[in-house]
Design a protein around this ligand. Structure first.
Ligand SMILES: Nc1ncnc2c1ncn2[C@@H]1O[C@H](COP(=O)(O)OP(=O)(O)OP(=O)(O)O)[C@@H](O)[C@H]1O
Ligand SMILES: [Mg+2]
Length: 417
């Protein structure tokens, strides 16, 4: 079947391209009972990779699978109820879980198999009293471990959830937040170890978990996970993906055109490849043509990818930074990225030193301290910037251009202030 265009959401099946090696590694780990933490910058295809893996494992009939998204979970009981609700599709485990929550489920009685997962989650959540969430959680995971078939439990957006716990929905990491996070991760870890071989965990998220835990001094909590670092596509892979899409939609996209598209992006984030193709396709359709030229590539890049409409993804990059940084750190992160954008893609060590001095002066004047190394660590770890001699550089040409268009205009670099 030919490759179809993607929407804004994750893809699997006939919209999923490449990543054969990663799928192979993850299948093998699942068979060997090894838990995984998937790390990669925004929009690299983490959720899609996990969804496609689950689809294939279910198709092979080797595992039953659950996908849990913790983006909206507000506390551990919420997260546990979400795991419980998503387990409804597992025949063996669900019988036991249902029994354990029989009181809470009375109200929806006979409708329990027909209500939406979110309604089911609410009912299960109501059945978890303050203080007994860990026991309820243990019961749910034990039910999964006793399921007829082995279970792969994928947890997406764990870092967002952890970040929320740490900050108790405020700006600063609190002692209580640290305690709650530590407890939740200990619970997860204990269960992952206890049921090793019966349950395999795959954790992912649109922000890196390590920088968040590092801020809280809780890094050791995730050492049960083997990392899987999802890389951008190589130019060859990105170009072949474009070729397949072009063929599926009857477009002429010769190799030099595809190469020009890849070079513009510099870093071949699957979502950006898809976005570029989508805009080019629309552009050619408007002009009633099917063959793209280099001029089309330039036009679509400048007028569509960098347009306000094209920048929706920029909001995503920015929004995720906001989630994991304190207000002052976030402000510094935005400035550093803008310095890099207006500095021809490079954030020089001199500029960084100047910011350090400036921040120290602000602290003396009573401001909240910001550790610039922490901000840079996050920007590097989460794939915004990479270290190179003399400073840091934007990895993605697209992100650099977006940043420059959005913030570059009225910005006065620190060296000129
Ligand atoms: N293997 C793939 N084949 C084709 N397109 C892909 C693939 N992986 C990702 N994409 C494209 O990237 C988009 C984002 O994918 P996905 O949501 O899986 O990324 P993510 O890394 O989970 O993003 P986020 O950082 O926002 O969580 C998809 O809509 C699709 O356009
Ligand atoms: Mg995702």
């Amino acid at each position: 079947m030919s490759l179809r265009k993607a929407g804004a959401n994750w893809v699997d099946g006939d919209r999923f391209y490449n990543r054969g090696e990663e799928l192979e590694v993850l299948s093998e780990r699942a068979r060997d009972g090894i838990h995984t933490l998937i790390t990669a910058p925004r929009r690299m295809g983490k959720t899609s990779l996990v969804r496609e893996l689950l689809r294939r494992l279910a198709e092979e009939g080797t595992f039953e699978t659950i996908f849990v998204d913790l983006e909206d979970a507000s506390d551990p009981a919420d997260a546990i109820a979400e795991i419980g609700a998503q387990s409804r599709s597992l025949k063996g485990a669900w019988r036991r879980i249902r029994l354990g929550f029989s009181n809470a489920l009375k109200e929806i009685g006979g409708r329990v198999d027909n209500v939406s997962i979110s309604e089911l989650q609410v009912q299960l959540r109501a059945g978890i009293a303050a203080g007994n969430q860990w026991r309820k959680g243990d019961d749910i995971i034990a039910a999964l471990a006793e399921n007829n078939q082995r279970v792969v439990l994928a947890i997406d957006e764990l870092p967002i959830f952890v970040s929320r716990l740490l900050r108790e929905n405020g700006d600063d990491i609190t002692t209580e937040g640290k305690r709650a996070t530590d407890k939740f991760l200990s619970w997860l870890r204990k269960n992952a170890q206890r049921h090793r071989g019966r349950i395999v965990l795959i954790v992912s998220g649109s922000v890196g978990l390590e920088p968040i835990l590092r801020q809280a001094g809780l890094s050791a909590q995730v050492n049960i996970f083997a990392p899987c670092d999802l890389k951008p596509w190589s130019e060859d892979t990105a170009s072949s993906c474009l070729a397949e899409l072009a063929e599926a939609y009857g477009l002429g996209l010769p190799p030099d055109i595809r190469m020009a598209m890849c070079r513009r992006l510099r870093c071949h984030v699957p979502h950006h490849i898809q976005q570029f193709f989508g805009y080019l396709h629309e552009h050619l359709r408007r002009e009633n043509r099917t063959r793209a030229s280099l001029n089309d590539v330039d036009q679509v890049y400048e007028n569509e990818m960098l347009s306000v409409r094209g920048q929706v993804d920029l909001e995503h990059y920015q929004g995720r930074l906001r989630v994991v940084l304190r207000t002052e750190e976030y402000r510094v992160a935005l400035e550093l990225l803008t310095e890099a954008a207006v500095g021809g893609g490079l954030l020089s060590d001199d500029v960084i030193d100047q910011y350090s001095r400036h921040l120290r002066a602000e602290v003396k004047a009573g401001a909240h301290p910001v550790i610039i190394e922490d901000v840079l660590y996050l920007l590097e770890h989460d794939g915004y910037l990479e270290r190179q001699s003399g400073g840091y550089r934007f990895i993605s040409g697209l992100l650099e251009d977006w940043w420059s268009v959005r913030y570059g205009q009225n910005f006065i670099p620190i060296m000129s202030r």
